[in-house]
Design a protein around this ligand. Structure first.
Ligand code: THU
Length: 160
């Protein structure tokens, strides 16, 4: 038996002004598209903006459903759209922002487990890291340089 230690480094930005111009612009696109969320059940709106290697930006927002599990998170709306529109263009970054009609979301909101798995699929497919930037409505922004940092020991097609 042996124990292994897994360490991860995230960058924490105090506010949007600390981001590079490009990251700031991408996060603003995520905040903008967040307003298109269809979230009448949770009142929790999420926006995601994906930067592709060809400089295209693909956005998505969460889409809920009266049959709750049929709804879809913003990150997957965006990444599946990127996969459909630009199947062969690598994804460089994804910016995520969330707010709630019920309370102020001032902590960074990381992608849910299913979205991490979906993003991992594309990272594995393109064989290059996808950077993630995520925040609430205001406050700190977390940057991870690869999805792997959010999903260690993950399942991928190499097992199949
Ligand atoms: N949601 C996202 O869009 N992304 C996440 O990573 C977490 C959760 C959405 C799903 C649902 O519409 C609402 O937030 C509350 O869970």
């Amino acid at each position: 038996m042996k124990k292994i230690k897994h360490t991860t480094t995230f960058t924490i930005y105090t506010n949007l002004k600390e981001l590079s111009d490009g990251d700031n612009k991408l996060m603003h696109r995520a905040m903008q598209i967040r307003d298109t969320a269809y979230a009448p059940y949770s009142n929790f709106n999420v926006g995601a903006a994906i930067l592709l290697q060809n400089d295209e930006i693909i956005t998505g927002s969460n889409q809920e459903n009266a049959a709750y599990p049929s709804g879809m998170c913003a990150e997957r709306v965006a990444i599946y759209s990127a996969g459909a529109l630009f199947p062969n263009i690598p994804i460089l970054k994804i910016a995520i922002s969330a707010n709630s009609l019920n309370k102020l979301v001032d902590q960074p909101v990381g992608p849910c487990g299913s979205c991490r798995q979906a993003i991992a699929e594309y990272e594995f497919k393109q064989e290059s890291p996808i950077e993630l930037l995520f925040m609430g409505e205001t406050g700190k922004i977390v940057k991870a340089t690869s999805l792997k940092d959010l999903l260690p020991l993950s399942f991928d097609k190499s097992f199949l």
